[in-house]
Write a protein that binds this ligand. Structure first.
Ligand SMILES: Cc1cc2nc3c(=O)[nH]c(=O)nc-3n(C[C@H](O)[C@H](O)[C@H](O)COP(=O)(O)OP(=O)(O)OC[C@H]3O[C@@H](n4cnc5c(N)ncnc54)[C@H](O)[C@@H]3O)c2cc1C
Length: 414
């Protein structure tokens, strides 16, 4: 299942990543994590000092899945606005979720500080603009909610935006709790930390099938060997959906382009605090900078399939992203160097999913789907660690696939 296609900037930033062996013998473990993307890496990170024997397997190379296509905005906010979450889940649960996301960004920063690999983690503010005049009221609602919850957030008027950026928007939220990172380097950094404390990591080792015995799940691999595990975390990204369809999850196609480097002085002059920029529209465009002064522009999502066969569309979308950027920042004017098309997974109700199904005993599906999947992975991986190590987590009920939480018992469809 090919989930993305094109050319990837992050791969170029880490020319000599750590290499891990293929599985060459039958092994047993307490916990098997399937998938070494940023989500599997975060699970390994939280389990690294649990005293459990942990194995992490990856069918390709570490971070070569959706993680390489990721634009790595690190934000507490996902595709549902705070007031929409309150409408769906009620104040108590929505606030708990938002606080967990805020805390997860602190955890991401703490993990980055421990790594020997430079993950380019940097605190950044987010500018979240109103795409339409009637979105201003929505931003006002979120501003009050998030300010009262303790987020460092400002409400910017049209003139205040124009004083900071070379474009006008009806209004915006400016959130000072967010961040950015290099997702491939970050994934390698986490896995190196886990490997350094005893986690066994195998690359180019695909799990191909399983059977159950009384006290374990036995997975077969394409190296001809087996892994016997007491518990399994399926962190195979969007490929989890192929193993177990989840009615709350959906896939759409999205596009991202990375430009050639631009002069740092231009970014300093035109781009207020190198903030992350996004907007309220459903078909939004978003942008950030990189440490080597490139611009990443993403968006133009659509419900089309066969992304892998449509190079012309990918290049057309890249051109469109560049045009949109150049309209906003005529003083910077960028050119595309990398262009990727990718499937991207979200959920109908806006929260990620920890899947625990009776027909998959001893297995936890780790579906950190959402446009802030990295933050969601940090939230979920700590909860899964607590469940596996301590037998419980007070926050599991918020994210389980059978969450009985929706006030009106009906997921809100996008
Ligand atoms: C274009 C794009 C932009 C995005 N931007 C952002 C953003 O700005 N901020 C954000 O937080 N999130 C963003 N996301 C979401 C984010 O990319 C995902 O949440 C995250 O990368 C998913 O990581 P993952 O580890 O779950 O999946 P993946 O990175 O896909 O990792 C899953 C791994 O499992 C492996 N695997 C699958 N099957 C098997 C098997 N049978 N055996 C062994 N290994 C297997 C795969 O090879 C893969 O490496 C974006 C996504 C896309 C596509």
């Amino acid at each position: 299942m090919n989930l993305h296609n094109g050319t990837y900037y992050w791969l170029e930033t880490l020319p000599h990543p750590p290499v891990y062996p293929r599985l060459a013998q039958d092994i047993s473990c307490d916990i098997l994590i399937i998938g070494a993307g940023i989500a599997g890496a975060q699970c390994a990170y939280w389990l690294r000092d649990s005293g459990l024997n942990v194995v992490l397997v990856e069918k390709n190379r570490v971070g070569s899945g959706g993680t390489s296509a990721n634009t790595a905005f690190i934000q507490h906010a996902g595709e549902k606005m705070a007031h929409q979450l309150v409408n769906s889940f009620g104040e108590e649960l929505a606030f708990r979720h938002l606080r967990l996301c805020k805390e997860a960004i602190d955890h991401l920063e703490q993990a980055a500080a421990q790594m020997s690999i430079d993950s380019s983690f940097a605190r950044r503010s987010s500018l979240y603009t109103a795409s339409q005049p009637n979105d201003v009221e929505k931003l006002e609602k979120d501003y009050k909610l998030l300010r009262d919850l303790g987020f460092a957030i400002d409400f910017l008027t049209e003139d205040e935006i124009a004083a900071r950026y070379p474009f006008r928007r009806h209004a915006a939220l400016y959130c000072r709790d967010d961040a950015e990172l290099n997702p491939l380097a970050y994934t390698h950094g986490l896995i190196a930390l886990a490997a350094g404390t005893g986690t066994h990591v195998y690359e180019q080792t695909r799990v191909t099938g399983k059977h159950y015995e009384k006290d374990a799940v036995i997975y077969r691999t394409d190296t001809g060997h087996t892994i016997r595990a007491k518990h399994v975390i399926l962190a195979a990204g969007y490929e989890n959906m192929r193993i177990k369809a989840e009615k709350n999850a959906m896939l759409i196609a999205t596009y991202a382009t990375v430009t050639t480097p631009v002069a740092e002085s231009l970014l300093r002059q035109h781009w207020h605090e190198r903030s992350l920029i996004w907007e309220t529209a459903d078909d939004y465009i978003y942008m950030r900078t990189t440490p080597d002064n490139r611009v990443i522009i993403g968006g133009l999502d659509e419900r089309v399939y066969h992304i892998n066969r449509n190079d012309a569309l990918r290049l057309h979308k890249s051109e469109k992203l560049i045009q949109e950027f150049n309209k906003l920042f005529p003083g910077i004017a960028v050119q595309a160097e990398y262009a990727a098309a990718a499937y991207y997974g979200g959920t109908h109700d806006g929260l990620p999913i920890i899947g625990m199904y009776t027909d998959f005993p001893r297995c936890t599906f780790f579906d950190s789907y959402g446009d802030n999947g990295i933050v969601y992975s940090m939230v979920l991986s700590k909860i899964v660690r607590d469940v596996l190590v301590n037998g419980e987590s007070a926050d599991l009920d918020l994210y389980r696939q059978d969450r009985p939480l929706l006030k009106n018992k009906q997921p809100i469809l996008v």
